[in-house]
Design a protein. Structure first.
Length: 66
């Protein structure tokens, strides 16, 4: 079995990996961070702000605004 170095070796590989990551993130509307009662849903709201909503309490925290 060949062991591969996970780090990209060329600029083209770095760019390809970054584009793949961006493509995957663009397809998501939200993501859950944490677990159970301590979890937060991180998403972009209608105003274009990056917000985190607490799953248990519903409290919203603005992380970034345009």
């Amino acid at each position: 079995m060949v062991v591969r170095d996970p780090r990209p070796r060329t600029l083209e590989e770095v760019l390809r990996q970054m584009e793949d990551r961006i493509r995957r993130l663009e397809a998501r509307t939200s993501t859950v961070v944490g677990a159970g009662d301590r979890a937060w849903v991180v998403e972009v709201d209608a105003a274009g702000r990056l917000v985190a909503r607490h799953v248990a309490t519903g409290a919203v925290t603005i992380i970034a605004a345009p």
